[in-house]
Ligand binder design. Sequence first.
Ligand code: FAD
Length: 292
Amino acid sequence: MKPAAFRYAAPRTVEETVDLLERHGDEAKVLAGGQSLGPLLNLRLATPSVVVDVNGVGGLAPAPADGGGSITLGAMTRQRDAERSPVVAAGCPLMRDALPFVAHRTIRNRGTVGGSLTHADPAAELPAVAVAVDAELIAVSRGGTRVVAAADFFLGYFTTALAPEELLTAVRLPKPAPRTGSAWQEFAPRHGDFAIVGVAATVRLADDGTVASAGLVYSGIADVPRRLAEAEAVLVGQPATERAFAAAAAAAAAAAGDPPSDLLASADYRRHLVEVLTVRALHRAADRAEES
Ligand SMILES: Cc1cc2nc3c(=O)[nH]c(=O)nc-3n(C[C@H](O)[C@H](O)[C@H](O)COP(=O)(O)OP(=O)(O)OC[C@H]3O[C@@H](n4cnc5c(N)ncnc54)[C@H](O)[C@@H]3O)c2cc1C
């Protein structure tokens, strides 16, 4: 199938882009890497009257920058560039861990970090990572700039807090505290497929080796990346042992509630994956916290 007819605009600046978005509102769609929008257009699941191609807009893909307590990635940073960036590896090792699971390398060559976040597929890796690390998303419109916490950004299936006239320009990722380790684990039918369930785990160890704080955020179990605070709480104050990880994993499976049941997996199977993947991710995150 071919897309429905649309007008094509190729602005060169953020100002021109937000003018276009303001003028066309809901009728406009931003084109970033095109890896999700392209299929949506071809299948006529999206029928915008204007496609605003931001690939030529200056300033949206500067090299990942280390700002001291956080790193900043431009929205148009290609997923593959983020994967290979030493700034990302050092400043957000969890994102570095998750990126190789995003589709295939050829797709990551075009797909952007901002595109994945704004597309807001609940099965995607980067939205869960953004929530797990308390990322901040920078949105620009003609009215100015606003900063949205990742926890407030994802509102539902393919739905974000971004207004039609807003352009995501960057994402700020706080660096992990000392003695913190993180890990991404997922299960997908084949490498490169969207995962059935994924988990972003972080573990911060106290000086005595107990867990000072923990983060557990899941993809694939709800309409948005889902933090399971009940399972995080089980770990705090406990020694970082198999027993504590198993208890947290059981709490996570219980707290996952009623995840979706579809052709890929039943709700029961998703709960099972939550339990298995949580243990694996916590082991790896705790080992990395020890080594850091
Ligand atoms: C075969 C295949 C397998 C895939 N597997 C995975 C996977 O396993 N995990 C995964 O996470 N993803 C997967 N993807 C999706 C891929 O990661 C896409 O790159 C990503 O979802 C969208 O990024 P993009 O830059 O291509 O955005 P586009 O497709 O260009 O845009 C996606 C949406 O975001 C909006 N948008 C993009 N950038 C901005 C911006 N700066 N401001 C405002 N709105 C914006 C667009 O208007 C559009 O609605 C897969 C894709 C394919 C084709």
